[in-house]
Design a protein around this ligand. Structure first.
Ligand code: HEM
Length: 154
């Protein structure tokens, strides 16, 4: 049983939950012209922490598993095959981009002068990050080979 993969699979729900929560907060902040509260800041922080842990576990999976080895030894074939390309290249590249956006977003929100600006920056950075994450999760409805279960199977 691959425990790293099981943790990675479960932790996706924390990332998705905090990401959507941060997005809803930002939308209600921008359109409801709300103050930027400690609660908003906490949700954004939890989103960042869940992405950090997911990235660490993902790196372990990637470099300890077969995808990186496959890419190193047989890049041409990997790029031709949709499933291998997804796990060896696309999933990790796009998730790292989303992780970067979350980190840049946190510091941009911190540096924003007004509450309106904090909500707007949260919406842009966290909004784009969660959209990328949602698009790059291997949901069960993806094509065979890429599709994975919603919860790990024991
Ligand atoms: C932060 C957002 C991320 C989310 C939400 C996410 C989610 C997932 C999910 C749901 C799976 C399928 C797990 C299963 O089989 O049940 C998966 C697989 C995988 N993820 Fe991620 N992931 C993220 C980031 C990353 C990153 C940054 C890396 C690498 C650096 C990575 C590497 C992998 C690898 C290698 C697999 C395939 C494991 C295998 O079946 O061989 N993930 N990911």
């Amino acid at each position: 049983m691959n425990y790293t993969l099981i943790i990675h699979s479960i932790l996706r729900w924390a990332v998705v939950l905090f990401g959507l929560w941060a997005l809803i907060n930002a939308l209600s902040g921008v359109f409801g012209k709300r103050k930027f509260t400690a609660g908003d800041n906490r949700t954004n922080l939890f989103f960042m922490i869940s992405c950090d842990i997911q990235l660490l576990i993902g790196l372990v999976l990637y470099f300890n598993g077969m995808w990186f080895t496959l890419l190193k030894t047989n890049a041409k074939e990997v790029m031709k095959d949709g499933m291998s390309r997804f796990f060896a290249v696309e999933h990790i590249t796009m998730m790292v981009i989303a992780w970067l956006l979350v980190h840049i977003g946190r510091s941009m929100v911190k540096r924003a002068g007004t509450d309106a600006q904090k909500h707007k920056r949260s919406l842009i950075y966290f909004g784009i990050a969660i959209l990328i994450i949602l698009a790059m999760i291997p949901w069960p409805f993806r094509q065979p080979g890429i599709a994975r279960q919603l919860f790990p199977q024991f």
